[in-house]
Design a binder for this molecule. Structure first.
Ligand SMILES: Cc1cc2nc3c(=O)[nH]c(=O)nc-3n(C[C@H](O)[C@H](O)[C@H](O)COP(=O)(O)OP(=O)(O)OC[C@H]3O[C@@H](n4cnc5c(N)ncnc54)[C@H](O)[C@@H]3O)c2cc1C
Length: 400
C-alpha cells in the first residue's frame, strides 16, 4: 500500500512542501494529497496591493500541480483527529474524511482582532484574499461617490506599514492615518525609521504614535486617551492568529494555538504530524521562535521535507537552516526598506532604502511565486527516492 501524505493548506509553506515531496519521493510508493479551501494560490505577500486596487494575477492550484502526481482536494478542513489519523473536510458535496500516514499541517494564519471590541465586526483586515477584496470594494465605493474618504490603519508592524504606504500611493485622494502604539517603526534601526518617516511625509500619511485603539465602531475608532477618530474604513493589522483546529484535535500547541514542533518540524505530541509555516511554533538557529513570515514558511518547509524524505527512505536527515534573515518592507511600488537583523533578530544599524530596496522586494515576490508555480523543477524524475520496505513515518528505525 502506498504511503499517504496529506498536506493541509496550499499557501507558501504547504504548496512548497507538496511540490518538494513530489519531486523527491517516488509516486510508486507515495500518494500526496493537498487540501486547500481556495482554488487559487493566494499571494498573501501582495494582498495590500490587491486591497489598494492593483491587479494580482491568481494562479490556479490545479495548474500549479498539473503533471506532478499531486492530488488536489478543494475543501475546507474542519477537524484533525491525530489518534485515528484522519482529517475532516467540508466541500460543496458535503465533505467527508481523509486518512493519512503522514500529515503536513500548513493552514497558515488569519488576522487577529486581539479581542478589541468592534474590530471583528467593523474593521477590515488584509490577511486573506476575501477580506482584502472587501476593503478594496469599500474604497472603490467611496471613489464612486466622489468622496475622498479617510482610512485608519491600526498597527505599525510590517503589514500596517506596507498597507498604509500602498493605499496612500495608489489612492492619493484618500486621507491615510497610520496608528502606532509606540514610536513609528520601533523595531527598525534609526536610519530605517528616518527613511520610513520621510516616506510617510512624502505620501501624505498622518502618523499617530503612542496611540492605543480600544474600540472600533462603524465610522470611528476610540483611543485609550479618550480621543475618537473618524474613519470611512478602518484596517486592522495588529497581528495574526492561527485556527483552533490543531488544538481541538489534541495536538500539543502553544497558548496561541501554534503546533509545537521539534528541530525537524515534527509535532512533539504526534510523530506522524509535521507543522510548517505560520501554524508551527519552531525554534530557529538563534534559539528564538521563528516569526510568522514567508521566509519561515520556506525554511520550515525545507526542513520538514528533508525529515520525512529521510525517515521514509532511510537516508540521513540534514539539519537545514532555520533563520530569519531580515525585513523586506515595501513602501508603495517605488520605495522600500531592507532591514538587516542580527542573530538575536534585532535590527542592525545597516539598512537599504529607496528604489534599490523596492527592486529587491519585487525580486523576492517574483522568486517566491516562481518556485511555487514550478513545484517539481530541479530534479529529474529518475532521482526520486523509493520509500523503504515498510513505509511508516513514525518508525524510528529510519531516523538518522
Ligand atoms: C499583506 C501581507 C503582507 C505580508 N508581507 C510579508 C513579507 O513581506 N514578508 C514575509 O516574510 N511575510 C509577509 N507576510 C506574512 C506571510 O504572508 C505569511 O507568513 C505566509 O503566508 C505564511 O505561509 P503559510 O503557508 O504558513 O500560510 P498561508 O500562505 O496563509 O497559507 C495557508 C493556506 O491554507 C489555506 N487554509 C487556511 N485554512 C484552511 C482550512 N480550514 N481549510 C483549507 N484550507 C485552509 C489558505 O487558503 C492558504 O492557502 C505578509 C502577510 C500579509 C497578510
Amino acid at each position: 500500500m502506498k504511503h499517504r501524505i496529506v498536506v493541509l493548506g496550499a499557501g507558501y509553506a504547504g504548496a512548497y512542501v507538496a511540490g518538494n515531496l513530489a519531486r523527491r519521493l517516488s509516486p510508486a510508493d507515495t500518494e500526496i494529497t493537498v487540501v486547500n479551501a481556495e482554488p487559487d494560490f493566494v499571494e498573501r505577500l501582495r494582498l495590500h496591493q490587491l486591497a489598494a486596487g492593483q491587479e494580482i494575477e491568481a494562479r490556479k492550484l490545479a495548474d500549479v500541480f498539473a503533471g506532478t502526481g499531486i492530488r488536489l482536494r478543494l475543501a475546507r478542513v474542519t477537524a484533525v483527529d491525530p489518534e485515528r489519523q484522519v482529517v475532516a473536510v467540508a466541500d460543496a458535496d458535503g465533505g467527508g474524511e481523509l486518512g493519512y500516514d503522514t500529515l503536513f499541517y500548513a493552514l497558515g494564519s488569519h488576522g487577529d482582532d486581539c479581542g478589541v471590541p468592534g474590530a471583528a465586526e467593523h474593521a477590515f483586515d488584509i490577511a486573506g484574499r476575501p477580506s482584502a477584496l472587501r476593503l478594496r470594494e469599500r474604497l472603490d465605493s467611496l471613489d464612486r461617490r466622489g468622496e475622498a474618504g479617510s482610512v485608519l490603519v491600526v498597527g505599525d508592524g510590517l503589514t500596517g506599514i506596507e498597507t498604509a504606504t500602498e493605499l496612500a500611493e495608489s489612492r492619493p485622494r484618500l486621507s491615510v492615518v497610520l496608528i502606532a502604539r509606540g514610536e513609528l517603526g520601533a523595531r527598525l534601526s534609526a536610519g530605517a525609521r528616518g527613511h520610513l518617516r520621510q516616506a510617510c511625509d512624502r505620501l501624505g500619511i498622518t502618523v499617530l504614535e503612542h496611540t492605543s485603539v480600544e474600540a472600533v465602531e462603524a465610522t470611528r475608532v476610540l483611543c485609550a486617551d479618550g480621543t475618537a477618530l473618524a474613519s470611512d474604513a478602518t484596517v486592522w493589522t495588529a497581528g495574526f492568529a492561527v485556527s483552533p483546529i490543531a488544538a481541538a484535535g489534541g495536538l500539543e500547541v502553544t497558548e496561541n494555538g501554534r503546533i509545537v514542533v521539534d528541530r525537524t518540524m515534527r509535532s512533539v505530541s504526534h510523530p506522524n504530524v509535521y507543522a510548517v509555516g505560520d501554524s508551527a511554533y519552531a525554534i530557529g538557529d538563534n534559539g528564538r521562535p521563528l516569526p510568522m513570515s514567508c521566509a519561515s514558511a520556506g525554511f520550515t518547509g525545507l526542513q520538514a521535507t528533508d525529515a520525512i524524505v529521510g525517515r521514509l527512505t532511510g537516508r540521513k536527515i540534514a539539519n537545514t537552516k532555520l533563520l530569519y534573515p531580515g525585513n523586506h518592507i515595501s513602501l508603495g511600488r517605488r520605495d522600500g526598506i531592507l532591514q538587516m537583523v542580527d542573530d538575536e533578530a534585532q535590527a542592525k544599524p545597516k539598512y537599504v532604502g529607496g528604489r534599490k530596496a523596492a527592486r529587491v522586494k519585487a525580486g523576492i515576490l517574483k522568486m517566491s511565486l516562481w518556485s511555487i508555480s514550478h513545484p517539481t523543477f530541479g530534479l529529474p524524475k529518475r532521482k526520486r527516492r523509493r520509500v523503504a520496505a515498510a513505509p511508516d513515518a513514525s518508525a524510528e528505525k529510519a531516523v538518522a
